[in-house]
Design a protein around this ligand. Structure first.
Ligand code: CMP
Length: 446
């Protein structure tokens, strides 16, 4: 096949392309619902309206084939944009089904109608369009991977959707083999059939509608066999979906149960138990129980940097020290920050201890206090930092730092701190000035 270099191929992620896919999906749904109904209640068809509908369907499905020929595809995560390869891939996968569902049977066979082809036979050919349902399966599968919605919610909605489609098709099948019931309207008959389908598939089987003829008995046997499997599948899926829908919350609850059982078993004082519970609830409220470090751990460096920058952006923006700093410096620091949570009244650093880290405050506040905690030299809050003096001067901690409330801190270890200062002398100057100022302030208030 020759390459048409003039026409550009659509990208599979193209928005217009996506909108078209949604249009085709809607048309497929319409086809799945209406064509089986018009086949089983063929008396309802008026030739004219059916001809118009058939024309529209043929146009839409043919346009779909043409668009697919002009859309690059993704195979094993690689974009295939060569027309020739796209054609071969399409030929080997969906082309036959798409062609069959696009054929204008009504018009091909319509001419022969006089020659004895009845409306009902024509309608049967129209059923070929329902093959397009396989296409819808593929489109909807992709929706499962959309990051916009919780994948479990999407799975649940799709499951219900497929059950309804299956029930509809089986109900149409039942109406067909049941034939006309005198004195019953089409809609009543359909509702009866749907009721029969659901009671059979759900293995309820009230027995008020029972198969009479051999064909009906055979049909019922098939539906019962498939129904029993389907029912088990549905129940299993729904149970697992409900369990997974908020897996983070379920894990949190399980963790809390284990910890509480342990604490009761080891007779921890009630006050301490309360603090442990409080701590976990804080983790849940602020980060849904996820440990940032372990989530980032598996990512490659480039992604990890981007995610870390995004997560810490707010915190970095709050730190006046970083205002106007070069991007490279911020990147260097962010990549080396470790999150740490402290509960109210914790000592983050104690006077005279050796210092290995400095800290940035993301949330919460701390007091800089004397060793006996009688004097509060300063209160530091979100966007400020501490612990730099011991690292700069390689001396023990000059004061004690005590949290006033729950604090989300980020620590930077001495090695990274030294490296950053060495690489960025202007930043080193700034931080040294600040440390000097703090030391003077503290000395003067002693
Ligand atoms: P470091 O000595 O490592 O540990 C205690 C920290 O308290 C110290 O570093 C400073 O970061 C911080 N600090 C000491 N004095 C003050 C002050 N007056 N204002 C703010 N922070 C201070």
């Amino acid at each position: 096949m020759s390459e048409f270099t003039g026409l550009k191929m659509f990208n599979p992620d193209n928005r217009i392309r996506f909108a078209w896919e949604m249009v085709v999906l809607a048309v497929i749904m319409w086809v799945i619902i209406t064509i089986p109904v018009s086949v089983v209640f063929s008396g309802e068809n008026t030739g004219e309206s059916t001809a118009l509908i058939e024309l529209i369907l043929t146009i839409v499905f043919t346009a779909d084939i043409l668009i697919r020929f002009n859309t690059s595809v993704i195979v094993k995560r690689q974009l295939v944009a060569s027309r020739r390869r796209v054609f071969i891939i399409y030929l080997r996968s969906w082309l036959l089904i798409d062609l069959l569902s696009a054929l204008p049977f009504w018009f091909i066979l319509g001419g022969a109608e006089d020659a004895g082809i009845t409306l009902q036979v024509l309608n049967f050919f129209r059923l070929a369009r329902c093959l397009k349902l396989f296409r819808a399966v593929q489109t909807l599968k992709r929706a499962r991977h959309s990051s916009l919605f919780n994948p479990n919610v999407v799975r649940m909605i799709l499951l219900i959707f497929w059950i309804l489609i299956a029930a509809h098709l089986v109900a149409c099948g039942w109406v067909f083999i049941e034939g006309d019931i005198p004195g019953t309207s089409n809609s009543d008959q359909y509702i009866r059939a749907l009721y029969w389908t659901i009671t059979t598939i759900a293995t309820i089987g009230y027995g008020d509608i029972t198969p009479k003829t051999t064909v009906q008995i055979l049909f019922t046997i098939c539906v019962e066999i498939i129904g029993a499997g389907l029912y088990g599948f549905i129940i299993g899926n729904i149970a697992s979906l409900i369990a997974n829908i908020d897996i983070a919350r379920a894990q949190h609850r399980e963790k809390m149960e284990k910890i509480n059982t342990f604490m009761q078993y080891r007779n921890l004082p009630t006050e301490l138990q309360k603090r442990v519970n409080d701590y976990y609830n804080y983790l849940w409220e602020t980060r849904r129980g996820y440990d940032e470090t372990s989530v980032l751990h598996d990512l490659p460096v480039s992604l990890k940097t981007n995610v870390s920058i995004f997560l810490n952006k707010e915190m970095i923006e709050k730190v006046p020290l970083f205002r106007g700093a070069e991007d490279a410096l911020i990147r260097d620091i962010i990549l080396n920050l470790e999150p740490a949570v402290f509960t109210p009244g914790d000592y983050v650093v104690r006077k005279d201890e050796i210092g290995y880290d400095m800290y940035f405050i993301s949330r919460g506040s701390v007091d800089v206090v004397s060793e006996d905690e009688k004097i509060v030299y300063a209160t530091l809050s979100s966007g400020q930092f501490f612990g730099e003096i011991a690292l700069l001067l390689s001396t023990p901690r000059t004061e004690t730092i005590k949290t006033r409330e729950y604090c989300d801190l980020y620590s930077l270890n001495k090695e990274s701190f030294d490296r950053v200062l060495e690489r960025y002398p202007a930043f080193a100057e700034k931080i040294k000035d600040m440390a000097e100022k703090r030391k003077r302030e503290t000395e003067s208030s002693k």
